[in-house]
Design a protein around this ligand. Structure first.
Ligand code: PLP
Ligand code: COI
Length: 355
């Protein structure tokens, strides 16, 4: 039998598991970390075979380029455990592809897909007990790459680290989701890095989001940087709007993250027979629809957010409340996507992978 990458991955197990300290019935999002992590280094022009080791601190020199020039990209996906204890991933190859798309834009070397996929599967074998099975909980998986290479010269590093750390997690949002439509600050620009899942994209959002949080909102909805007339996406999720019976979302561009949940929701919605449009949505249109009652729903879609209905949007010091409807598109779509993810329904699209 030929050796696979998975066979080559060395595993060092922890002597002191932390799992007994975890309350799996009350998980918050991304704040408790599983026992192990996967680590892979890029040196001398190549990625080494990944290793699995106890989750631990890492040491870096102050001159490491991540601290100065922010070369870092990340991904987010989840592992789900069904009632039989079987474990599943949702479209993980798409996360690997997007990680490499983000890396390319940030001048980070491409990671071999087998290191990501086989490494992740092996990590999940080692930390299988950390994958929650309770409805609404899952193991959030955070693969990331950053520049470890040293030097103050403003140029790409020559060494990097790829790590996968995981966190048993519950819902991302604690309650109702209120969003503020932003017209002053921009998250991204044409020709920029908005489509990349680059760490700096998130840092740049924090200040405007802090201002919105002070006003009682959870997230900002970004508008296009040139006119600020069209809604784009939120801080951690893509945005869907239902006006009458049409579901719409902004088209992807070099300013928007090409969300895996977004494209899955579009496909499921079409399969449900909903009318779906990927098109520019103006703030004016949204405000008019809220005023005349044709705005039925708004929701965010993302790995962490899953499908998160929006209760209110704010624009220019005015709040617009969404109606509280029964049998919403959001609830139907959330059920369908989570049933596929958690092996509660058939998977006609071939998205689920058993680990
Ligand atoms: N937009 C942004 C800015 C995000 O951070 C995320 C989360 O990953 C998304 C959209 C949704 O993407 P996905 O569905 O692939 O998780
Ligand atoms: C995800 O949904 O996986 C994300 O990366 C969003 C993150 C900012 C929590």
């Amino acid at each position: 039998m030929t050796e696979t990458i998975k066979d080559l991955i060395e595993v060092t197990k922890t002597k002191t598991s932390k799992i007994k300290n975890v309350d799996f019935d009350n998980l918050s999002f991304g704040s408790t970390f599983s026992d192990h992590m996967l680590v892979c280094d890029y040196e001398n022009g190549e990625w080494s075979v990944p290793k699995i080791m106890p989750y631990q601190a890492i040491s870096l020199e102050p001159s490491s380029k991540i601290f100065h020039y922010g070369q870092s990209v990340f991904e987010g996906l989840k592992a789900y455990k069904d009632a039989q204890g079987d474990v599943f991933l949702f479209r993980p190859e798409d996360n690997c592809k997007r990680l490499n798309i983000s890396s390319k834009r940030m001048a980070i070397p491409e990671l071999p897909e087998a290191y990501f996929m086989e490494g992740l599967k092996k990590l999940l074998e080692v930390d299988r007990d950390w994958i929650p099975s309770k409805e609404g909980s899952s193991l959030y998986i955070r693969p990331f790459i950053f520049a470890t290479g040293k030097g103050f010269h403003a140029s790409p590093a020559t060494s990097y680290k790829f790590i996968i750390a995981t966190a048993p997690s519950g819902a991302y949002f604690a309650g109702k989701v209120k969003v503020l439509i932003e017209e002053t600050y921009s998250r991204s620009a044409n020709g920029g890095v908005g489509f990349a899942k680059a760490g700096g994209n998130y840092a740049g959002q924090f200040y405007p989001t802090q201002l919105a949080v002070k006003k009682g909102y959870n997230q900002v909805i970004w508008t296009d940087d040139t006119s600020h007339e069209y809604i784009e996406e939120a801080g951690a999720m893509n945005i869907f709007v239902r006006i009458n019976d049409t579901l719409m979302t902004a088209p992807v561009s070099d300013r928007i993250l090409d969300g895996i949940t977004r494209k899955s929701i579009i496909q499921i919605a079409k399969d449900e027979g909903f009318k779906v449009e990927e098109r520019k949505i103006s703030v004016n249109e949204l405000v008019e629809a809220a005023k005349n009652g044709s705005l039925k729903e708004m929701f965010g879609a993302g790995t962490a957010a899953v499908v998160s209905p929006i209760s209110t949007f704010g624009f220019r010091d005015k709040d617009y409340d969404l109606p509280e409807l029964e049998n919403t598109y959001a609830s139907k779509l959330k059920k369908r996507i989570t049933d596929i993810q958690t092996n509660n329904a058939s998977d006609p699209f071939g998205w689920r992978i058993k680990v």
